[in-house]
Design a protein around this ligand. Structure first.
Ligand SMILES: [Zn+2]
Length: 99
């Protein structure tokens, strides 16, 4: 597995978990009043913010430990927001290399 595949895998996993965590959080805001559990949205916000923090601070270059979390999210953005990244902006290692 190359560095690029490894980082893409981590980012894709975080985006998927984050999406479902956000969905649970958003859904709980509507269901909380009916269920009588007013703190449920607050509890379900924890997994969502945990995934955001994991993506922002713990997706790092395996060579130089540079923080690539935000950059990699941009590589998966839709349309014109999408960015292509071929190497680490901190140490210059090619993402097609092996870690
Ligand atoms: Zn690097």
């Amino acid at each position: 597995m190359t560095i690029g595949e490894l980082l893409t895998h981590k980012t894709r996993r975080n985006l998927l978990i984050g999406f479902f965590a956000w969905l649970a959080f958003a859904g709980s805001m509507f269901a909380a009043a009916e269920l009588g559990a007013r703190l449920l949205p607050l509890v379900l916000f924890i997994p969502f913010i945990s995934v955001v923090i994991a993506q922002m601070f713990f997706v790092r270059c395996p060579r130089c430990n540079g923080n690539l979390g935000q950059l990699l999210v941009q590589t998966m953005a839709p349309g014109s927001l999408k960015k292509q990244v071929k190497n680490c902006p901190f140490c210059g290692v090619d993402f097609n290399d092996h870690p």
